[in-house]
Each structure stands twice: as C-alpha cells, then as structure tokens.
Design a protein around this ligand. Sequence first.
Ligand code: ATP
Ligand code: MG
Length: 427
Amino acid sequence: MKRTHYTSELEGQEGKSVTIAGWADQLRILGKIAFIIVRDRYGTVQVTIPRSKLAELYGEAKSLTKESVISVKGTLKANKEAPRGIEVIPEHIEVLSRAAAPLPMDISGKITSELETRLDSRFMDLRQPTVAAVFRVRDSLLAGIRSYLEGEGFIEVHTPKLVKAGAEGGATLFKVDYFGKKAYLSQSPQLFKQVLMSTGLDRVYEIAPAFRAEPSATTRHLSEFISLDFEMAFIDSQEEVMQLVENMVVSAMTHVKGECKDELKLLGRELDVPKAPFRRVPFAEAKELLAAEGKKIENDLDSEAEKALGSIIGDDYYFITGFPNAEKPFYIMEDGDSSCSFDLECKGQELASGGQREHRYDALIARMRRLGLDPKSFEFYTNAFKYGMPPHGGVGLGIDRFAQKLLGLKNIREAVLFPRDKIRMMP
Ligand code: ATP
Ligand code: MG
C-alpha cells in the first residue's frame, strides 16, 4: 500500500506503523541524520532518518530531490523537537517519482512569484497550501450553494454550450465553426433555462461554463467563467428571486465558514456573513446618491460609479433594483421606463444580475422587435412562450467572482484553476 494515513491522521498514533505518501517538501541532510518533510493534501510531517538506518536508507535519501513523490513506511514516534511533536522513523522509502531540478518556481514561501509566473506553472503553484486552500473554499462554496438550492426544490440541469444564438448581445460572442455552419459558445444558459420554465420543471439551476469574448483585461473578467444560473416559475415579482439570492448567499457563506475553518485561517480571512435582507437601492436612488457626490450617470453604472456607490452604501452586499429598460436585454420584463431587474453588488462590484422575465408572448415579441432583434431567429425560444408559459424569473451569478470576493483576492484569476483570457490559453 502506498499510503495508510494522511498526515492529518497521525495524532495519537505514536508507536504505530504507518505509510505516508506525498511530496518531499524539504530535505535536510546533515552528517549523521537526515530529515525529509513530507507534504500531502492535508499538511506535513517530518521523516527522520537516524544514524543506524543511514546505511540502508541514506543512499535513497541523498539522491532525493525536492518535490519528488515518495511513500514512506515507518513507525510514528513522539519527538518534542519535531515540527508537530511527531516524526516518522522509516523502514522503507519508495521514490515514486523523482522531481527534476531546478523547480520552475519557488514554492517554499521564500520568494513570492508574480501571478503570471504562478499561472504558467499552475501545477507547482497549487502545491502551496495557501493556493490549494482557495480551491477547497471554492468547492465548499459550491457545495453550500447546491445544498441550499436543492433544499428549495431546485433541480440541477445542463444546457448546451454550443448554440445558434446569443443571449447577451453580439459583442462578446465566440464564433465556432460547427461542421461548416456558424455557431457560438454559449454566453449564458438564459434562453434555455427560460424554455424549461414552460415544461413544469419549475425550479432549475445550472452551474456551468459561460463564454464571453471580453476584450479588455480587468481583474474581474475572464473569457470563460463558471456561471450559477437559476430560474423559478410562478413568481409574483423579482422580489421573490432576490429573496432566494440573498438567502442562498447567506447560507453558502455560513456553510463555508463552518466547513473551511482551517483554510480560512491559513488564508488569514475572517468571513463576515451578511444578514438577509440585503439593502435594496432603486436605480433612481443610486443616481441621486451619486449626484450628491458630484458623479453624474445616465442609464447604467460604469465600474467607477459602481465602486463609488459601494463606498456610499457601505454594506458588503446590496441590490440595485429597477435599472432603466434601455440597458436591459430583451428577455427582461418592463415596468414603465424601468425594468423588473436587479443586480447583486458586493463592495461596489457586480456579482449577479437577475429579474423577472417577460413571459407574455406578444409583449416579448414586441420588445424583441423594438430592440431590433428578429424573433424568427429565436423561434426555439419564443415557441416555448406560445403554448403556456408561467410568469418566472431568475438570476446569473459568477462563481469565480463570488470566490474572489469571498476571499478578498485581488484578481479573479487567483480563484480559477486554469483561467482563460484574451492572452492566456495555456495551461
Ligand atoms: P459585468 O458588468 O461585470 O461585465 P455583466 O453584467 O456583463 O457583468 P451578466 O451578463 O449580468 O454580466 O452575467 C451575470 C454574472 O456573471 C455577472 O454578475 C458576473 O458575476 C458574472 N460574469 C459575467 N461576465 C463575466 C466574465 N467575463 N468573467 C467572469 N464573470 C463574469
Ligand atoms: Mg449584469
């Protein structure tokens, strides 16, 4: 057996024979004794090779390089001098994979590498406990979201990512050659999740990639991101969607706080779980608040205005509601000049967009025409509204951005294993 115990399972096992496996985090070979710090998924432990064993094992220990993968069978011994008060006295060391030297980047914590260098050697970067912790927190966040939504009667669905029509405007569509025909990578499951509302599967969610040809390099945009979308039918208004969103955020963050104590500690992060209900800031009020600070906006908030509003509001999480129709896509329901829409904001940055959808066939077709769209090219979508479509609404929330915000990471790329942007396609 290559491993009987993780390093996290060694406490109280003194005297026992164990086999641990992992990477040679540190190697110190002194005259009479050698130390190997072995690192696995959960932590590290010291392997001490005493003098009496040197002849048998020293050769292998000497030829060992940092970050080689080894399996160590030995006896666990209490030792006050050792980092965790325990050490493994080996009987056998098997080198499973010898690491080449020098390493592509330093992961000892002595040199901090630029994000680009880290991303170039992401496999190595991820061996750092603080980097791995980000992805454990992200996993927990997703588990918290799924558990909340399942508890509210949502079912998880998957919609196609190769599509014939975009949902969010042509500017950010990636074109694909689809057997000689033109197709696109899906920007959002919007149209499909709405179609599902006509089927009786009246609460659905999807956690899947969305693709946007975002030409500008920002710290919160990628060309491939993970979108959490949900859609629910038989609503009175977008208020019901907002309540689900805020409760989901609170519930998922509470889950992370409970499950990821070690990771949060490692990352030096206190999670301030917000309280629901979050403040609702009508767009008109946002406009006034900004005007009072000398910032004039029209129908939308640019990122600067968004940030300024964030400092005026002061809350970590809040909604901006009722954006002007003019700025909203065709599927959103109108309410006079404004729309039944909302954005969830986190400290002055958008985390999610949602609202009530236009479910009335005639009104939908009319709005599409007003916006210069040809309803014919959306028949797969509009047909679902013709034969019985309940009122419905939903939201799209960026998971990568949520993880970024939660952990206070400067760049969204830190929250993504292998980020994709205009420049980076590899690894
Ligand atoms: P933004 O104004 O920040 O570019 P958006 O309004 O274009 O976002 P939506 O279409 O509303 O984005 O998408 C819903 C959510 O998906 C956003 O609130 C955001 O969290 C996330 N998202 C959108 N585009 C990206 C992207 N390029 N990279 C990462 N996350 C994104
Ligand atoms: Mg948006």
